[in-house]
Each structure stands twice: as C-alpha cells, then as structure tokens.
Write a protein that binds this ligand. Structure first.
Ligand SMILES: Cc1cc2nc3c(=O)[nH]c(=O)nc-3n(C[C@H](O)[C@H](O)[C@H](O)COP(=O)(O)OP(=O)(O)OC[C@H]3O[C@@H](n4cnc5c(N)ncnc54)[C@H](O)[C@@H]3O)c2cc1C
Length: 402
C-alpha cells in the first residue's frame, strides 16, 4: 500500500448533496454555457451574462466558509464544479475557479483582517481575483523569482513582472509573489520569498499584454506589471519569507481541481465520439461497427473512468485533510490531464475530417487539454512531487532531490 496506510485509503466518499450540486452545474452548463461556446471561441471573450448566472448560483463562493459569505463545501464540490463546467467549457471553468488561487492562500495564511476585507466580495462574485506568481525567468522554479519587495517604513515597495496570469484582465485583487531577501546560498533561494495582497487600482499596477495561448479561448492570461507599488505592511500575506510555502501549499490544494477539469474534457471527448460513431455511416454501416472505432471508444471510457476514480479519490483524501492528499492529487492531475489529451486526440480521429473543424468543437478539447498538462505545475513537476513525497515518507526528507 505504500505510501498509503491501507485499503480503506482508496475510498471515494460522495454524498447526495454533492450529486445534487453536480446536477445543478450540469443544467447551468448545458442550458446557459453550451449555446455560447462557439461565440467564446470566435470572440475570445466570455459573455458577462454567464458570470452573472454563476454569481446567482453562488459558484464563486464554493470552498469559502459561510462566515466570509461563501457557500461552504470543499475539494469534492470544487472538483465536481470543475468537471461539469469543463465538460462544456474548460475556459469558463477556469474563469470561475481561478479566484481560488487567491482565496485559498488568503484563507490558509491570511490574518483575520485580510480575510474579512478580501474574501467576502470575491465569494459573492462582486470582485474578481487572480494569482500572480509566474515570471519570464521563473515558472516551475518558484524559488527563482526575481520580482522584489523592499521595506520602506510601514510599507513595501514592490516591483514585479508577472506573465501568464489567468483572470488578470478582470481581477480587482491579486496575490503577488516577490523576493524580500536574497541568499547567496543556492540551496536557500526559496527562503527569501513573500506574497502580498495587491489591489488593481493602486498606483503602479498595470495589466500588460494578453497572451494568445493555444486553448481556453475566452479566458486567456495576461501580463501583470507592478512599478514601485506601495503596499501597506498589513497586506503582507503570512509572514515575511513564507512565500515559497504559500505557493506550494496553494498549488497542492488546487491541483485536484485541474484533475477534475481534465475528467470533464475527457468526458466530453468520449460523449462526442460515441454519439458521432453511432450516427456516422461508412461502407454502408455505422462506423461504431468497425472494431478500429469501437475499441478506441472502449479505451477512452476505460481511461476516463480510471481518471475519474483517481480524481475523486484524491479529492476525498483532501476533504479529510490527509497528508497523502498531496501525492494523490499529483497522481490524479498527471494521469487525468494525460488521459484528457489522449482522449481528445482519439475523439478527433473518430470524427475524421469533421473532428478538425472548429465549428464542431472537438479539436478545442485537445487544445484545452494541453493547457491542463502545463498549468498549476507541469506534469514533469508533478512527477518530481510524487517522488519527493515518497522520499519524505520513507526518510523524513527528500534526500538527494532538487
Ligand atoms: C493558460 C495558462 C494560464 C496560467 N495561469 C497562471 C496564473 O494564473 N498564475 C501564475 O502565476 N501562473 C500561471 N501560469 C503559468 C504556469 O503555471 C507555468 O507556465 C507553469 O508552471 C510552467 O512554468 P514555465 O512556463 O515557466 O515552464 P518552465 O518552468 O520553463 O518549464 C519548461 C519545461 O521544462 C520542464 N522542467 C522545468 N523544470 C524541470 C525539472 N526540475 N525537472 C523536469 N522538468 C522540468 C517543464 O516540465 C517544462 O516541460 C499559466 C500558464 C498558462 C499556459
């Protein structure tokens, strides 16, 4: 069972409440989002009405406790939300969930004043929020961050260039990482980082270029630039030097949501391929009667259900607050995103030429799936995380690992 305790650790624990929530999201996704997906592809913009409806349904408050105006719920509900939204529009799922990369670190590391000020407007969907960590020089290598924050009386002066920041164009609040001290010792680079809560309207905060990335049409990331931004001391998140821990903990928490997103993509790929294979005829027969097609469909379903089980298993461990959730979430994120990529490509092939037509909406799944293999930690980094966690469990530290 290593690194898990026993067979009971492999349970998936869902409830009627989660199933009811899933049905609500599915209805919203099919009735409201589905008819707008082509428009989102073409305009590269999500219609405001969809955000209004998500707000009415309380989706921005999932995972935030009611005392901060949230809807409560935990990793299982967030995973269900990501799966069901992504089955119809992975871009919209990302647009809704990205505020979690702000609210999670505030919930886990913020003081009461920060929580009272920043969580309720985001939970109510009145304010948008984003997470600004990646830089031109540092993505996977979080400890390599070069943005700086220098203390100046009761303020910090922050200078930062952040790239690929999802939701930045709409965000009112950001968590921003910056170096508050530097070390000459290569092994201690991670020590001098801190996170700050920054508001969009403060002087020196600027949204830079939009990145036209391959997938997630409608929710494309932007550059965020901070030039001599005066950040009050009370907006330091956690303690000075906690930045690396905040980043890693936030991604550990959010990763299972990306696995859920990948399951939604794979589900869409399967359903589209299955329906097409039944109605498309070739050589005077439905193409599903050819083994080359039907075996591929069986393989998609096999891998999809394995990915779903792994994802809800990881979410269950996370819901229970188990340490093993870190390794489970990395296993699930890596497996599910790679299944989504493979299943989308297989679905395109089952569709033949039609699968490559943008209007049909299958090739978009492949583009979106590629993003899931990269953001919130590439799958290479997940594999490193998995082995590090095993080494820690066995030896108490990740000896010999980077
Ligand atoms: C659509 C999109 C949205 C994003 N949204 C956000 C956001 O909201 N906020 C934010 O801060 N960031 C965001 N990102 C950035 C994202 O998290 C990074 O792109 C990702 O972490 C990878 O970093 P990188 O691009 O710098 O790649 P690099 O770190 O340069 O990696 C390049 C390649 O090298 C591999 N590699 C690197 N180090 C190792 C290693 N030690 N061992 C093995 N392989 C390694 C990687 O796996 C990858 O294949 C987003 C990115 C995209 C594409």
């Amino acid at each position: 069972m290593f690194p898990f305790e026993n067979i009971l650790d492999f349970g998936v624990e869902l409830s009627d409440e989660v199933e009811l929530f899933r049905k609500t999201i599915r209805q919203f996704a099919e009735n409201d989002i589905g008819p707008r997906t082509q428009e989102m592809e073409k305009t590269n913009r999500i219609p405001d009405e969809l955000f209004d409806r998500a707000r009415e349904l309380g989706l921005f408050g999932i995972g935030i406790p009611p005392e901060y105006d949230g809807q409560g719920g935990g990793p299982l509900m967030l995973t269900v939300m990501m799966e069901e939204l992504s089955r119809v529009s992975p871009a919209f799922a990302t647009a809704v969930a990205v505020s979690g990369l702000f609210t999670v670190p505030v919930m886990l590391f913020g003081d009461e004043g920060q929580k009272r000020k920043y969580l309720p407007p985001v939970a109510r969907g009145e304010r948008f929020a984003a997470h600004a960590n990646t830089e031109p020089i540092a993505g996977s290598d979080v400890a390599g961050i070069q943005s700086t924050a220098k203390r100046d009386g009761d303020h910090w002066i922050v200078n930062a260039q952040k790239i690929f920041i999802t939701g930045a164009d709409k965000a009112d609040y950001f968590v921003v990482s910056a170096r508050t001290s530097s070390s000459q010792n290569r092994k201690e680079r991670w020590k001098g980082l801190s996170f700050f809560i920054v508001e969009k309207d403060w002087p020196g905060v600027r949204i830079g270029q939009k990145f036209e990335v391959i997938g997630l049409r409608g929710e494309q990331p932007n550059e965020v630039i901070l030039e001599d931004v005066k950040v009050p001391e009370e907006n330091l998140l956690g303690r000075e030097g906690d930045g690396f821990k905040i980043a890693v903990t936030t991604y550990d928490y959010g990763r299972v949501g990306i696995a859920g997103q990948a399951v939604g993509i794979a589900q869409a790929a399967f359903e589209k391929a299955f329906n097409y294979a039944i109605q498309r005829r070739a050589f005077e027969r439905p193409i599903i009667s050819f083994e080359a097609v039907s075996f591929k469909l069986a393989d998609i379903l096999m891998k999809l259900e394995a990915a779903r089980l792994m994802t809800y298993w990881a979410a269950t461990l996370q819901e229970k607050g188990r340490d093993e959730a870190v390794v489970a979430a990395s296993l699930a994120k890596t497996f599910a995103t790679e299944v989504a990529e493979w299943a989308s490509a297989a679905s395109i092939k089952i569709h033949g030429g039609v699968g490559l037509d943008r209007e049909v909406g299958v090739e978009g799944l492949l583009r979106d799936s590629l993003v899931t293999t990269i953001y919130e930690g590439t799958n290479d980094i997940q594999r490193i995380t998995i082995i590090r966690q095993l080494m820690r469990k066995l030896f108490g530290s990740a000896v010999g690992m980077i």
